[in-house]
Design a protein around this ligand. Structure first.
Ligand SMILES: [Zn+2]
Length: 161
């Protein structure tokens, strides 16, 4: 029958564990909490490592949650700055807000495992679009002015992409 650990059942166990981790002398801790150095020694060797591992896991989880809510707060702030800048007609600041918000969204997406980093398809070089464009140009043959206007716009679209 294993002996009950007087440290594990001690109401001050959390504080004792902290003192043990901090490397305080057994005698000092024993005096402070009215226990024995032997019990402290045994507890540190037999029970503290498992406790520490649990605490570390809990801390990591809490840290991850903190990080996530921090990014969410950043995103809210970026959006709010963006709206303010937009309302004030400050395009430069609004664009900075857009970039900030996008970066936050990307980070959030990565954290939540939602981002699929596939390359973005450029429709202007897709074979389907090339066929549509040829058909459009052919259909506009009888209307040179319209054809030229459409061609100009398509060139501008291509340059902008
Ligand atoms: Zn113990």
């Amino acid at each position: 029958m294993p002996r009950t650990c007087t440290i594990c059942t001690n109401p001050d166990r959390a504080a004792i564990d902290r003192a043990l981790v901090a490397g305080d002398a057994y005698r000092t801790i024993a005096q402070r909490y009215g226990t024995s150095a032997t019990a402290l020694h045994r507890h540190k060797a037999d029970h503290l490592p498992a406790k520490l591992a649990q605490a570390a896991a809990a801390t990591q989880t809490a840290d991850a949650i903190d990080l996530l809510s921090e990014v969410r707060a950043l995103r809210r702030k970026a959006y709010s700055l963006l709206l303010q800048a937009e309302a004030a007609g400050d395009i430069r600041t609004a664009l900075a807000g857009v970039r900030e918000a996008r970066a936050c969204l990307e980070l959030l997406g990565e954290m939540e495992g939602e981002i699929d980093r596939r390359p973005i398809v450029n429709i202007l070089v897709a074979p389907e679009w090339v066929a549509v464009r040829s058909a459009l140009m052919a259909a506009l043959m009888p209307y040179p002015a319209a054809r030229a206007a459409v061609a100009d716009r398509l060139v501008a679209l291509g340059a902008g992409s």
